[in-house]
Design a protein around this ligand. Structure first.
Ligand code: NAD
Length: 269
């Protein structure tokens, strides 16, 4: 492929909140082209008719095998549901299509299994639980800061439809911080909760608090306390466009990878 040729992309989950936003992002991109979408309905229809985005004549396929063999895309971007995302990722590997997976629900063992298969084929791809660049930078900065500020608490704030708590991003942030943070129990050694749960969840002695309110989207604060100083890192996702810079970046980057990467932070320079 010459450098000027656009990357041929298939999007799975085109009617979803993230999938439709991804299609709008591709429509505005100069180096990505939408060749097809995979949906469980609407076989044979056009994306233009389904989403009302002018100029997108890409076809919708209900059958991912037919889609891959007829369209021969470079990249699959998947924002569906956990079980569907896993099936689609396996199909992408089988057809040598580079996966960019935003769908949640992959265990470490599953990632390892897909990575082994992709290493054998030297196929590049990414699974990223959070595509918002700012959220990923907060994780990276928190890892740096935790070395000097072992006293830290995480507050994550989300809309009240969110099913899991704490968020995957908060757990990932805490995991990264433990790489540099000296293990330490947060707060007074003899502190007691007079109301159960008041001090939040315990992660290696560090506390994580989850706030759920209508009006919020996805936000996180990491607070560090030291002698006479405080450091606060905060990220706010205002809407789903916040994930698109990361999706675009990942779609370009997988073209030059020969393995499966887990987490956007591992491909940011
Ligand atoms: P959504 O419910 O709005 O969209 C999911 C879509 O998948 C629906 O339109 C549904 O019709 C479609 N779908 C179901 N089965 C399908 C199939 N067999 N083939 C094709 N499409 C199928 O959900 P959403 O908010 O768009 O989120 C989708 C996924 O992305 C979730 O797992 C969510 O947790 C995750 N997510 C990830 C990030 C990130 O940054 N990585 C950000 C937000 C959401």
């Amino acid at each position: 492929m010459t450098e000027k040729e656009p990357i041929r992309v298939v999007v799975a989950g085109p009617r979803g909140r993230m999938g439709s936003e991804t299609i709008r992002m591709i429509a505005q991109s100069s180096n990505l082209t939408l060749v097809a979408a995979v949906d469980h309905g609407h076989d044979g229809e056009r994306i233009e008719d389904l989403l009302g985005i002018n100029g997108l004549s890409a076809r919708i396929y209900a059958d991912i095998d037919a889609c891959f063999s007829q369209e021969q895309p470079d990249v699959l971007i998947d924002f569906t549901h956990p079980e569907v995302g896993k099936r689609n990722l396996q199909k992408a590997i089988d057809y040598g299509v580079r996966p960019v997976i935003g769908t949640s629900g992959f265990s470490n063992e599953e990632v390892e299994n897909y990575r082994n298969q992709m290493d054998e084929k030297k196929l590049g791809g990414i699974i990223a639980p959070n595509f918002a660049i700012g959220a990923v930078l907060v994780m990276k900065f928190s890892q740096m800061a935790a070395k000097y500020f072992p006293d830290a608490e995480i507050i994550e704030l989300h809309h009240d439809k969110k099913k899991d708590a704490p968020s995957g991003t908060a757990i990932k942030t805490a995991e990264l911080m433990t790489k540099t943070r000296q293990s330490k129990k947060q707060g007074a050694p003899d502190e007691k909760e007079t109301l159960a749960g008041a001090r939040g969840a315990d992660f290696d002695g560090m506390r994580i608090h989850s706030v759920r309110l209508p009006g919020l989207i996805a936000h996180q604060e990491v607070l560090f306390g030291g002698k006479g100083e405080l450091l606060t890192l905060r990220h706010d996702s205002m809407d789903r466009t916040s994930f698109m810079t990361g999706v675009h970046y990942a779609t370009n980057t997988v073209m030059n990878l020969d393995t499966l990467v887990y987490g956007l932070e591992n491909i940011l320079d």
